[in-house]
Each structure stands twice: as structure tokens, then as C-alpha cells.
Design a protein around this ligand. Structure first.
Ligand code: PGA
Length: 247
């Protein structure tokens, strides 16, 4: 794995955008895997800037998001579809029909999960997957204990995640208890992966994932098994790394 340690989250966004843009320019009909949360926002701002400056074209790009709450309609301001439209898709020249976020309102969620994987296969798989890491080492909604071979499926949110996410909802009872999430095995099939992390609250998880054993207790440690991962992390998220990681 490559590790790039940067000054701040703005530089993190720029470095990650440059990595993705280089690959996008080399391959028409690019397939991007995307994530929600606060971490990828500086990356999305830079992708928007490049697009507005006519330095990056999304007209033939397809996207697949990692996850979505079950039972939350796409129009709800806490749905991940709403987040992606607001923070990226509505601001670049992408064809909305080519943007995919799991359907949290699917009548048959299990069948939907199989269909979502088939859709990714149909376009040749993900070329570049963007990831964030949870403070407990999760990737997407793959919490500690998730199988490293897991596929897209319905997962129950842990009590901890429900509590963490309750700040976005009026009442804790309003927080969804389930989500559809790509699995760790699904994520590992992407051609390339860029993992972003900023903030001291991520320093433990970053160190475990990069320097600890590959283990279900830290889902992001599974990235050690992938041949093409770049971590772009801020200095404060890198403070617990013991080894000397070079640019
Ligand atoms: P954050 O979430 O970007 O909001 O910190 C990351 C994650 O939990 O995967």
C-alpha cells in the first residue's frame, strides 16, 4: 500500500482528486465507487472545481455508492442519495441515470443487493473506489466482525453507529436500524482504491488498519490484501503510525 501524508483535509482532497483524475482521463466510461460522510467532501469539492474548469469530464462516467439506509427515501435529507446529489452529482456534468446509490426503499432488499452487484459487473466493475474509515475501523457499513469476503447485503447498524448518527436526526428513534452496504469482498474487487482519513479521532483506526494484522476486528485492515491502494491521510490522522511511510 502507498501512504501519502498531507498537511490538511484540503490537500487530502486535492491529492485524491489528482489520483482519480489521472485514471479518468486515461479511460473513457470510467466507473467510480463513491462514499458519503464528511471525509470525502474536500475530494468532491476538488472534483467539482476541476469539472467547472473543464479539466475533468464526467459525461461518460458511471458511479456506484457504497451504502444507503434502509427505509429512508431518496428525497429525505439524511439519505445518501440526497447527500450525493447535493454534494457532487448536481454540480458536475454527470448523467444522473449513470449514478447508482443502493435503493433503501427496495421492496425486496436481498434481491436488490444481488442486482446491485450484477449492475457493477455489467459495467466491468469499479475502476476507482473512494473509501473513508470509521473510528472503529469500519468501511462502508461493514462493522468489526464483518466477514472479509462479505458481499452487498442488508446489515443491522450497531448501537454505537445508531448513537453516532442520531445527531443527524430529530430523535434517536428516527435513526434507521438497517442499511444496504457493499461488502468487504465487493470493495476489494475494485481495480484501485483510495482511502481518505483526517482528524485525530481516526489515528487509532488508521494505525490498526495499516500496521496491525488483517483481521475482522478492523475491517479496513483487509485493504492490506489489495494490490493497488493509496491512503491519503492528514498528519493528525497519521500520528499513531509507527513505521516510516514515505511519499
Ligand atoms: P466520516 O465517516 O467521513 O463522517 O468520518 C467515515 C466513516 O464512518 O466511514
Amino acid at each position: 500500500m502507498k501512504v501519502v501524508i498531507v498537511r490538511d483535509k484540503e490537500e487530502m482532497g486535492k491529492r485524491a482528486a489528482a489520483l482519480i483524475a489521472e485514471q479518468m482521463r486515461a479511460k473513457p466510461h470510467f466507473v467510480l465507487g463513491l462514499a458519503t460522510g464528511s471525509t470525502p467532501l474536500p475530494l468532491y469539492q476538488e472534483l467539482i472545481r476541476l469539472n467547472k474548469a473543464r479539466k475533468l469530464d464526467f459525461s461518460t462516467t458511471a458511479t456506484f455508492n457504497l451504502d444507503e439506509y434502509v427505509g429512508v427515501p431518496p428525497t429525505h435529507n439524511q439519505s445518501y442519495r440526497y447527500f450525493m446529489n447535493k454534494n457532487l452529482f448536481d454540480r458536475i456534468n454527470i448523467c444522473k441515470a449513470a449514478t447508482h446509490v443502493p435503493d433503501g426503499m427496495a421492496k425486496d432488499p436481498d434481491a436488490f443487493c444481488l442486482a446491485y452487484e450484477a449492475m457493477m459487473d455489467d459495467v466491468g466493475g469499479i475502476d476507482y473506489q473512494v473509501l473513508g474509515i470509521g473510528s472503529n475501523g469500519h468501511i462502508a457499513f461493514n462493522e468489526p466482525g464483518s466477514s472479509l469476503a462479505s458481499r452487498t447485503r442488508v446489515v443491522a447498524l450497531t448501537k454505537n453507529t445508531i448513537k453516532d448518527n442520531s445527531r443527524f436526526f430529530k430523535r434517536i428513534q428516527d435513526v434507521p436500524t438497517k442499511a444496504i452496504s457493499m461488502g468487504i469482498g465487493t470493495v476489494l474487487e475494485a481495480e484501485r482504491i483510495v482511502m481518505l482519513a483526517n482528524g485525530t479521532n481516526k489515528a487509532d483506526a488508521v494505525a490498526k488498519a495499516l500496521e496491525g494484522p488483517v483481521s475482522v476486528s478492523c475491517p479496513a485492515s483487509a485493504l492490506q490484501m489489495h494490490p493497488n491502494v493509496t491512503w491519503v491521510i492528514t498528519r493528525d490522522a497519521a500520528t499513531n503510525l509507527k513505521l516510516e511511510w514515505r511519499r
